[in-house]
Write a protein of this length. Structure first.
Length: 115
């Protein structure tokens, strides 16, 4: 029996300032930002599905995501794109193939929204 499950528990995102990152991610995801910052450097976003763990201890410019490592889901890619544009999020692509677009968080991590 294999002790390692074929299940993702969470994805870490390196961030330079845990409070600012918590507020930014909670704002774009429509989440409450009243959870506890753990150990002074970790904030776990209350997601549906695998957790996203913001971590300021692992942040270095070299650790910033240069490619998306996961995708945020949406039912309406056009509405999601316009929502992010209205929030002045740095969009790095337009809507590609009618299904996805990329953007950067304030630390420069490259992320994706996908239909």
């Amino acid at each position: 029996m294999n002790p390692i499950k074929n299940q993702i528990g969470g994805a870490f995102i390196p961030v330079s300032n845990i409070e600012n990152a918590r507020d930014w991610y909670c704002d774009i995801l429509g989440l409450p930002s009243d959870g506890e910052i753990l150990f002074g450097h970790i904030y776990v976003l209350p997601m549906e599905g695998p957790d996203i763990v913001l971590d300021s201890k692992i942040f270095t410019p070299e650790n910033v995501y240069k490619v998306p490592t996961f995708q945020f889901r949406t039912e309406d890619i056009h509405q999601a794109y316009e929502f992010m544009r209205a929030k002045n999020v740095q969009l790095t692509t337009g809507i590609e193939n009618g299904h996805w677009f990329n953007f950067r968080d304030p630390d420069g991590n490259l992320l994706m929204v996908c239909k």
